[in-house]
Design a protein around this ligand. Structure first.
Ligand code: UGA
Length: 441
């Protein structure tokens, strides 16, 4: 089938490449000529395991092309995926200007039936707005062309995006039109492995399902972070508590790891946007406020622990940081806890020596050259002459460090482990103080 994807960002590229991989003819459109040039010359603008190889093989097979030509995009696909950004507005609500601009552009050029598929995370009611824009634009052209708008939210996780798309837990399709539902069912048929993963529902429920899933996961994390602080207060070990509650299948083991807060492009933004949607309709979403507030506080917890350990005397000290991306296996630093920590340390007059396996370039892009930030080539070099080590992101390579080497490098033998990633007893055995999130000292 012929598919057009508007937006060659994270979701757009993964969607495009995976639909091409199963045999569709995919044209990806982006307004950024630099991005399209890069993709056309074999480069990839983001780091995602497996993406580069799949782009290469599908381009070579002629099933995947990139262009800035919106008109060509509209002519190409029966399916017109909208996968452009929905950045937060000042009040936290999702800014729909890019989504609606794509809808307008599709309506300006379409001359036969098209299905507009909302893949971006968009608030409830967006499909109605997209339909209205298409209708108005067609009317202004005096064109009478049939179209449908479908909500088909994406649930992929960064770092596992290809696998999540190829082997989805669910494919949510929101439409009121049975014919459109059948066309989407056909498009997604190759991704239904052992059983039918496609869940058909009305458009608004599909739109809300996306936010509900992310808000639920964020709630689990904030709940565990709250409990880890309570565990510290009462002298319990959050690890034992985690295992104890996770054994109940109604609770489950997934997404109950305490840490130094959730980040990324989805949870913080989506929780705020859902709060905002509710607010704008007169409903005060109290639980969501709390999820957000707990996360905000949790992102400051490493700094608070460091400050307490050094009796508030941080000026002139240097701290080694391991992990800058918001989670392992990505270079994405949007709303990363590392940023809150580094900025607090800098404000207190401390310096940072940091290592991340892939996010150095992104760190440079965000912070530029500055005298209080050194990025090192490997993990151990970051600790040379540092006052303490802080683990912010649990990359696999940090989990089993050479503790005696850390002891030798650090001026003050202390590890602040923001993800409970290393074995505290081994650290203690090597003569290091180990400060965790909610574990017994
Ligand atoms: C999240 C969802 O997990 C996806 O299902 C969803 O499709 C995606 O958002 C989206 O809306 O596009 P992602 O942001 O890539 O995916 O990252 P996650 O793996 O969910 O991690 C989010 C944050 O939660 C990270 O900072 C991670 O460190 C933190 N986290 C996760 C915890 O602190 N504890 C946990 O137990 C799990």
């Amino acid at each position: 089938m012929d598919v057009t994807i508007f937006g060659s960002g994270y979701v757009g590229l993964v969607t495009g490449v995976c639909l091409a991989e199963v045999g569709n003819n995919v044209l990806c459109i982006d307004i950024d000529p630099k991005k399209i040039d890069l993709l056309n010359s074999g480069g990839v603008p983001i780091y995602e395991p497996g993406l580069e190889e799949l782009i290469k093989s599908n381009r070579e097979a002629g099933r995947l092309t990139f262009s800035t030509d919106a008109e060509a995009g509209v002519k190409h696909g029966l399916f017109q995926f909208i996968a452009v950004g929905t950045p937060p507005d000042e009040d936290g609500s999702a800014d729909l200007q890019y989504v609606l601009a794509v809808a307008k552009s599709i309506a300006e050029h379409m001359d036969s039936y098209r299905i507009l598929v909302d893949k971006s995370t968009v608030p409830v009611g967006t499909a109605d707005k997209v339909s209205a824009v298409v209708r108005e634009t067609l009317a202004a052209r005096g064109a009478d062309v049939e179209f449908d708008v479908v909500s088909n939210p994406e649930f992929l996780k960064e770092g596992a995006a290809i696998d999540d798309f190829m082997r989805p837990d669910r494919i949510i399709v929101g439409t009121d039109n049975p014919r459109t539902a059948e066309l989407l069912r056909a498009l997604y048929a190759p991704f239904n492995r052992s059983h039918d993963r496609l869940m058909l529902m009305d458009i608004k429920s599909a739109e809300l399902t996306k936010y509900a899933a992310n808000a639920m996961l964020a709630t689990k994390i904030s709940f565990m972070n709250e409990l880890s602080n309570i565990a510290e207060t009462v002298g319990a070990d959050i690890e034992s508590v985690r295992v104890g509650i996770g054994s109940d299948p109604r609770i489950g083991y997934q997404f109950i790891y305490p840490g130094c807060g959730y980040g990324g492009s989805c949870f913080p933004k989506d929780v705020r946007a859902l709060e905002q949607t509710a607010q704008s309709l007169g409903y005060d979403a109290q639980l969501l406020h709390a999820v957000e507030a707990v996360n905000f506080r949790q992102k400051e917890i490493l700094f608070d622990k460091i400050k307490a350990h050094f009796d508030g005397d941080l000026a002139g000290r240097t701290f080694a940081i391991w992990g800058l991306s918001f989670k392992p296996n990505t270079d994405d630093m949007r709303e990363a806890s590392s940023r809150v920590l580094m900025e607090s340390l800098w404000k207190a007059g401390a310096k940072v020596r940091a290592f991340d396996p892939v996010a150095s370039e992104e760190t440079n892009r965000i912070y530029g050259e500055r005298p209080d930030l050194t990025l090192t080539e490997d993990a151990i070099s970051a600790t040379e002459g540092a006052d303490g080590l802080v683990i912010v992101t649990e990359w696999a390579q940090f989990r089993s460090p050479n503790f005696p080497a850390l002891k030798a490098n650090l001026k003050h033998p202390v590890i602040f482990d923001g993800r409970n990633a290393v074995d505290g007893l081994q650290a203690n055995a090597a003569g290091l103080t180990y400060v965790s999130i909610g574990r017994r000292p």
